[in-house]
Design a protein around this ligand. Structure first.
Ligand code: CTP
Length: 405
């Protein structure tokens, strides 16, 4: 199932150069399964034509409140009643100022004012020059619009069409899409603080070589994203992977198991849920060479000695907060065979209430997986699906177990 299937989005464009990004956004919304009804202001139509947006949305575009196509001539009522959300992207400084005052002199602002406020959320993606963005009037308007129930997305940072650099440009279409998908997820972890470890660790042998593993980090990053979508504050302690940080998640990059343990120790005190998905190296090299180990002609092979790394999850699970139920710990197990048997044994060995097993080597780096949840009550399969879908299901399962703690 697509992330926005069954959702009907009214996409509003107010005037600004970021209108060119709204075309991509429209396409991304449709690809995510939504139906999209575009409404543009006269100013927006100066930047991009209704024809483009009609072709992308597969629906005629509305611009004027005097549009006679609607039998009752009330486009503002009809369009807003059908919507699961009105998304204004770009939302110009002028348009936001207008919304703030409840003005309604064009179809888009009229429709925003006429929407059933309890049922149809209004989501704004601001776009403007950095000086306009920083202006006290804009900041004040944004705060008031938020207080009035609008959901205002962040702005991007960087080069602007005017040649200046700073805050105020509209988020990229993919980021707005991600924000919108998150908006619609049930907030089952609201108020929770979730700490996630993800990816492999890298244990150095010398300054240029090291030992690592094939963990891609995708499952852990998906869980961090799903927890954030579910309303939690999320910190993601990530080993060396090149995955983008999910929106709204605070990422702490680490390399070795010891660094990961230190980062976890720093943040676990504020956490109410700890999900350890990282494939932590079991051993590290005992005496890391300060200089590159060189090959010589003696034929002698370098000798590596190992010491065991701390078990981060088991250590956290032993803490007083975990034992008292203030911190809910979830472990992962990547096994190659006998999943239920190994996952059950590992749950007890690690001392965690919930252990999530998967067949590791077959899924490393892939976008989908299948999970086996093992807790004190027994086991439950989450059948093969995308890692993000599974992460959302797991977040839901965790939230149910939190209710019982
Ligand atoms: N884990 C950890 N710190 C370690 C090793 C593992 O926090 N040093 C966590 C992993 O993040 C995962 C769980 O413990 O949640 C299981 O990891 P795994 O490597 O499968 O378990 P091991 O105890 O190493 O068992 P084995 O290698 O025998 O399968």
């Amino acid at each position: 199932m697509s992330d926005l299937s069954n959702k009907h989005i009214v996409l509003g464009l107010s005037g600004g150069i970021a209108c060119y990004k709204a075309a991509e956004l429209c396409r991304a919304l449709v690809k995510a399964g939504a139906t999209v009804q575009v409404v543009m202001t006269e100013a927006a139509a100066q930047f991009i034509t209704p024809v483009t947006l009609q072709a992308l949305s597969n629906r005629t575009v509305y611009v004027s409140q005097w549009d006679a196509r609607e039998p009752n001539n009330m486009a503002h009522i009809n369009l807003s009643r059908e919507a699961d959300a009105i998304v204004v992207a770009p939302a110009s400084a002028d348009f936001m100022a207008k919304l703030l005052h409840g003005r309604a002199d064009d179809l888009l602002s009229l429709m925003c004012l006429a929407r059933p406020i309890d049922r149809v959320p209004l989501i704004l993606a601001p776009a403007m020059n950095r000086e306009m963005w920083q202006h006290p009037a804009t900041q004040r308007n944004m705060a008031q619009l938020t207080a009035d129930g609008a959901y205002v997305l962040d702005v991007g940072q960087g080069e602007q069409a005017c040649g200046e650099t700073g805050d105020g440009r509209m988020l990229e279409p993919e980021e707005i899409l991600e924000g919108l998908i998150a908006f619609f997820q049930p907030k089952v972890l609201a108020g929770q603080h979730v700490l996630v470890t993800a990816g492999p660790t890298y244990e150095a042998m010398d300054p240029v070589r090291g030992i690592t593993n094939l963990s891609s980090g995708k499952m852990g990053f998906s869980i961090a994203r799903a927890a954030c979508e579910a309303g939690a504050e999320v910190i993601l302690v990530a080993g060396p992977v090149h995955l983008p940080t999910p929106r709204g998640v605070l990422r702490v990059n680490v390399r070795s198991a010891l660094e990961m343990q230190a980062a976890v120790a720093k943040h676990v005190g504020a956490a109410s849920v700890f999900v350890a998905t990282a494939a932590v190296a079991d051993w590290r090299v005992a005496d890391v060479a300060g200089q590159k180990i060189k090959k010589d002609d003696s034929g002698q092979l370098p000798q590596l000695n190992f010491v065991e790394n701390p078990d981060i999850l088991a250590g956290v699970a032993q803490s007083a907060r975990a034992k008292s139920g203030a911190l809910y710990c979830v472990g992962f197990a990547a096994e190659s065979h006998d999943l239920l048997k190994h996952a059950t044994a590992k749950r007890e060995r690690k001392g965690v209430p919930l252990l999530v097993g998967n067949i590791g080597p077959a899924t490393f780096g892939l976008d989908d997986n299948a999970l086996l949840l093992v807790d004190a009550q027994g086991s439950q399969e989450l059948p093969r699906a995308s890692k993000l879908t599974l992460a959302r299901q797991l977040v839901d399962e965790i939230s149910r177990r939190l209710e019982k703690v």
